[in-house]
Design a protein around this ligand. Structure first.
Ligand code: NOJ
Length: 742
């Protein structure tokens, strides 16, 4: 049995006194002050250190001796450790073996679920449903917390206009407003209203900042942009997470304007702390302090640590730089004790808020773990979310009527393609502890949904290979069937971190397989499963029905089958533009007009000779089995004053045969500004459910706050002048009106 020193016992007394009143700021301050007053420098560095347990590999491992470090108080936080019994063992080391008994934080990449996996975040954003997204985060937190975790490295809110970048999968697409709303929803979902609730997790917004804009779409590459674009387009989602009360923030790997984000005082102190008032904790990305050396910004590790701490970093993820060099830097006067204390305080405050001082084992309950993992509510929500994430891109008439939904009374469906019965690929990138055995594949989904139809399954080919030996079986299955469903796309490792693709197309010989099936003359439904927008130009032209299913998680197969059968009417709308070709990237809806806007008949205008300017599928686009007609766009006034507002209303009618959900979108354009403005900016959206023949009026309120931007003087203000207003079912399919701001 361990013997406690007097000092430890005295501190435990403080724990006891805290227990009665968790949550009070004064108590938290007293608690943290009392610890800080007795901590050695090594113990302080320990609280600023996050090591990986090595259970799960999400990067290089710098120190294997994490157990020893925990027991000696030199490592106060761990990532990639999960499961109650393992984490309990480690927490015991911290609480019972280390001198001060400070509990550990357990962090993990719970990005779209822990064991039950929900759609990749990019897909889920296509639901345009913040309540759904919030619930996903809350359920993920519940499951992960039950497995002994208390901190997730999410939401990832990096805005991205470039489908070559593999991490586009983790974000919410290209729009700052939608991205901000999704960021806030996820933070609130993970954290709930009380961080000490053992069913919640502390969230960590990442990667600050502008990690989603690497040159050429290549992961970790240089980012350079004007401060105006940074503030107007890229920063709003991080700010929204901060405003929603996010407990922590992660720096990014990239440099910005020549300064690596992890050593960037402008970002981490001026914007984050001074402008936004963020009081939470800042952790680096994985070894990103160390990486300031190859960036050419730090001379050595000690120097890198000094740069990071001075810029505003609190905790070093894996790099062991604070672990090894803090003391020397302090002795040399390169950093101050106040700087160290300030960071330690933030870490201890986060632990306090999580209730860990009250009970270090509050997240570590075996019975709870058994009862919560894969609980029914989780699996149902995984289906709900997956259905709402699917985007129907094409549904052309075939033999007189649209191919989808499929009729009930089919004799045989040929199900072809390498992704038709693959489990792991349904889980997508960053699938945490996702359990493949629980995954429902498309084959299983169709079998459940069409019990009286024979499903003839043939793989055809692999995702990446060139072996055509399976084409024969695929052809024979197709020839014997009424309908062909073919599932192609990317395997799960083809998106996510370090998974950029210069040519974001359907890999391998899969398009050739689809061509062969199209040539049979049978109705063909192509289901694309991928972690990013792929270039679908040729495929879209020849395919009658095209369903974009992303990587949808544990219930993928059920959700897709529900769409194909019409059990669920597709409602997803794209949150990112789909390019015509790789050469068009970046392509996004809120672009500028240029001085020579495209004119098809005039040579000297801004266009390509070989492709259109518009994306293949625009932001906000997505079909339904029904049709929605827009009419009567009206403004309550044609004048808006600087302290007034106006109402924009539009009628939407379900003119088709199915009940369905539509996302009504509102955009504006500021015609003349002290700096040029985008051709459209999303300012609001509303989801409406309409029965066939039903009509409703959707009303939005616009105020000068919605019209603000960074003016020529970098003031965030609205400028008087003329504005256009657009409302419709996508960013291109809109009605138009106008008003003046005075
Ligand atoms: C590196 C990734 O960039 C980051 O998103 C992740 O949270 C960490 N590794 C930890 O796995």
């Amino acid at each position: 049995m361990k013997t406690y020193s007097l000092l430890t016992l005295a501190l435990m007394g403080v724990f006891v006194s805290c227990r009665q009143e968790t949550g009070s700021d004064t108590e938290m301050k007293q608690k943290v002050d009392s610890l800080l007053s007795v901590m050695t420098l090594e113990e302080k560095a320990g609280q600023l250190t996050l090591f990986t347990s090595g259970w799960d590999v999400t990067g290089p491992v710098m120190r294997e001796e994490y157990r020893q470090d925990i027991a000696s108080g030199r490592c106060g936080n761990l990532l990639n450790a999960h499961g109650v019994s393992y984490n309990r063992e480690l927490q015991k080391l911290a609480v019972e073996e280390s001198r001060l008994g400070i509990p550990l934080l357990f962090g993990y990449d719970v990005i779209h679920g822990f064991k039950t996996i929900f759609p990749i975040p990019l897909a889920e954003a296509c639901s345009w449903d913040t309540a759904l997204v919030r619930k996903t985060a809350a359920l993920s937190a519940r499951e992960a917390a039950a497995a002994g975790l208390n901190w997730t490295f999410n939401p990832m809110v990096d805005l991205c206009r470039d489908p070559r970048w593999g991490r586009i999968a983790e974000g919410s697409g290209e729009d700052p407003l939608l991205g901000s709303m999704m960021a806030a929803a996820r933070v609130k979902g993970y954290q709930g209203t009380d961080l000490s609730d053992p069913f919640t997790l502390a969230a960590c917004v990442k990667h600050f900042a502008a990690y989603g804009a690497p040159e050429g779409g290549r992961d970790y590459n240089t980012v350079d942009m004007s401060e105006r674009v940074l503030r107007e387009i890229y920063l709003p989602p991080y700010k929204a997470a901060v405003d929603a009360g996010v407990a922590s923030l992660m720096t990014s790997f990239n440099e910005l304007d020549g300064i690596p984000a992890t050593g960037n005082r402008f970002l981490l102190t001026e914007i984050l702390r001074e402008e936004w008032g963020f009081e939470g904790m800042v952790v680096t990305d994985y070894t990103s302090i160390n990486e300031m050396i190859p960036h050419g910004y730090a001379r050595n590790l000690k120097h890198a640590g000094e740069l990071a701490l001075s810029a505003g970093v609190d905790m070093d993820m894996v790099g062991a730089v604070f672990y090894n060099h803090l003391e020397e830097s302090l002795e040399e006067g390169k950093i101050t004790e106040e700087m160290i204390n300030r960071s330690v305080r933030r870490v201890l405050e986060m632990k306090y808020k999580l209730g860990l001082f009250d009970d270090p084992f509050r997240y570590l309950d075996e019975e709870r773990e058994d009862s919560i993992l894969f609980a029914p509510g989780l699996m149902e929500h995984a289906l709900e979310s997956a259905r709402k994430s699917i985007v129907l891109l094409e549904n052309k008439p075939f033999g007189g009527k649209p191919v989808l939904p499929l009729p009930e009374n089919l004799n045989r469906i040929a199900l072809i393609g390498p992704l038709a019965h693959s489990r792991i690929d349904m889980l997508g990138t960053w699938h945490a502890s996702g359990d493949t055995t629980k995954v429902v594949t498309l084959k299983e989904g169709l079998e459940n949904q069409f019990p009286n139809t024979q499903i003839l399954h043939a793989r055809g080919c692999s995702v990446n290979g060139t072996d055509r030996s399976g084409f024969g079986d695929a052809l024979s299955a197709a020839m014997r069937s009424d309908v062909v469903v073919v599932a192609v796309g990317e395997y799960f490792m083809q998106s996510g971190e370090a998974a950029s693709r210069a040519m974001p197309v359907i890999p391998g010989i899969q398009e050739e397989l689809v061509d062969m099936l199209l040539n049979t003359g049978k109705p063909v439904v192509v289901v694309v499963m991928a972690g990013r927008p792929l270039i679908l130009t040729e495929l879209a032209a020849k395919t009658p029905a095209l369903v974009y299913a992303w990587h949808l998680g544990t219930r993928a197969g059920d959700a897709i089958a529900d769409i194909l059968s019409g059990e669920y009417n597709p409602s997803g709308k794209l949150v990112v533009s789909f390019p015509w070709s790789a050469g068009q990237i970046p392509v996004y809806y809120n672009h500028k007009n240029t001085g020579r806007p495209m004119h098809p008949l005039q040579k000297y205008t801004s266009k390509y000779l070989d492709i259109p300017n518009n994306p293949r599928y625009p932001f906000g686009y997505g079909l339904s089995y029904t049709t929605f007609e827009y009419s009567g766009l009206q403004l309550s006034d044609t004048l808006m004053t600087m302290n007034g507002s106006l109402k924009v209303s539009v009628q939407v009618k379900n003119t088709g045969e199915y009940a369905g959900e539509e996302t009504v979108q509102l955009y504006v354009r500021d015609l003349v500004g002290s700096v040029t403005r985008p051709v459209k900016e999303l300012k609001g959206f509303r989801k409406v459910w309409l029965e066939p023949g039903e009509e409703t009026t959707v009303t939005f309120t616009l105020s000068p706050d919605d019209l603000k931007f960074y003016t020529v003087d970098m003031q965030f203000a609205a400028e008087p002048g003329e504005f256009k207003v657009f409302a419709g079912g996508s960013s291109v399919d809109v009605l138009e009106a106008g008003f003046t701001l005075k």
